[in-house]
Design a protein. Structure first.
Length: 288
C-alpha cells in the first residue's frame, strides 16, 4: 500500500497526512477516482461506473469526467469561490470538453449519456465541506455520508438475486467470474440516469454531469473552528475510519468474508475475479 506525504503545504493551515488511491483493477490509468489538494480546496472525485459501454477519447466516461473536474478545480484562482461558482466553472469546462469531443449535441438530446461523477470538496476559505453524490467525509471521527435511496433499492435487488443463484447451485467462485446479479440490476441502474439532478422526482439525486445541479439539494457541512483532522474518501471504502490503515483493514476483512458484497455489505457490485476490490478507492486525511 502506497502512502504519500507532502511537506511545506501547511502555510495556509492545510497539512496532508495520508493519501491513497487504487483502482479496482490495480491500474492507475483506469481508476475513476481522482483528487485535488491545494491551498484552497481538498476534493475527492468519483467518476461513475461505465454502464453504457461507451468510450470517450479512449477513456471510460467516469474517468473522462473525473479528469475534467480535477483540472477545473485546480484552475480556480479565487480563494473565495463559492459552491455555486465552483459548479458553474466545472459545468462550463465539462460542456467545453463535450464540444471538443463532438458529443455535446448528442448529450443535450439524451442527458443519460452524459459522463457523471460524485464530488466532495473542502473549501478552506469557507470552512465548509460540500457533498454532491455519494463521496464521504469525516470530521474528527464523525462520519458524513450522502447515500441515495436508489442504491439501497438496487443493492437489495442484487442481493436477493444472488442469494437465489446460490440456492440454485452456483458458487461464490462462479459469481466472482460472472456476476449475474449485476447483469440483473444493470437495466435498473441505467434507468436511474433519467432521474439524476431532478429535484421533483421522489428518487432524484445530485451528480456532476455538466448541467444544472439543484443547489438546495447539495449537502453543506460547516467545519468547526477547533477541528483537528478531516478525511475525504470515495465510496470505495465501505467502512470509512479515522485512519487509512483502519479503513483498509475493514475493506480487506469485507473482501474476505463477503467478496460479492451482497450479505454483510450490500452493494450494487462486488469483487470480480482478477480485481483487487469491488470499486476504485481514494482516501485523503488532512489537518487544518
Amino acid at each position: 500500500m502506497e502512502k504519500k506525504f507532502l511537506v511545506g503545504v501547511d502555510e495556509v493551515g492545510i497539512e496532508l497526512i495520508e493519501l491513497f488511491q487504487q483502482g479496482k483493477q490495480n491500474n492507475e490509468d483506469l481508476c475513476e477516482d481522482m483528487y485535488v489538494f491545494n491551498n484552497q480546496f481538498v476534493a475527492v472525485i468519483d467518476g461513475a461506473t461505465n454502464i453504457w459501454d461507451r468510450v470517450i477519447r479512449g477513456k471510460s466516461p467516469g474517468r473522462f469526467a473525473a479528469e475534467v473536474i480535477k483540472q477545473s478545480i485546480e484552475q480556480i484562482e479565487n480563494e473565495r469561490c463559492t459552491l455555486e461558482e465552483l459548479i458553474e466553472n466545472i459545468n462550463k469546462d465539462l460542456q467545453q470538453a463535450y464540444q471538443e469531443n463532438g458529443i455535446l449535441e448528442e448529450i443535450k438530446h439524451n442527458r443519460t449519456l452524459a459522463p457523471t461523477a460524485s464530488l466532495v470538496v473542502y473549501s478552506h476559505y469557507h470552512q465548509e465541506i460540500w457533498q454532491i453524490g455519494d463521496c464521504q467525509a469525516m470530521i474528527d471521527g464523525k462520519l458524513f455520508i450522502n447515500e441515495k435511496e436508489l442504491d439501497s433499492i438496487t443493492a437489495n435487488a442484487r442481493s436477493l438475486f444472488l442469494e437465489a443463484e446460490l440456492k440454485k447451485g452456483k458458487t461464490v467462485e462462479d459469481l466472482l467470474v460472472e456476476d449475474s446479479g449485476w447483469d440483473y440490476i444493470k437495466p435498473l441502474i441505467q434507468q436511474q440516469y433519467y432521474l439524476q439532478n431532478d429535484p421533483e422526482s421522489q428518487y432524484g439525486f445530485e451528480v456532476i454531469d455538466g448541467f444544472e445541479v439543484a443547489l438546495s439539494k447539495v449537502k453543506k457541512i460547516k467545519v468547526p473552528s477547533n477541528v483537528k483532522e478531516m478525511v475525504l474518501a470515495s465510496d470505495g471504502y465501505p467502512y470509512l475510519k479515522p485512519t487509512l490503515q483502519e479503513s483498509e483493514d475493514s475493506l480487506q476483512d469485507l473482501l474476505k468474508t463477503d467478496p460479492l458484497c451482497f450479505q454483510q455489505y450490500k452493494c450494487t457490485k462486488g469483487l470480480r475475479k482478477g480485481n483487487v476490490s469491488f470499486d476504485d478507492r481514494l482516501y485523503i486525511r488532512f489537518g487544518v
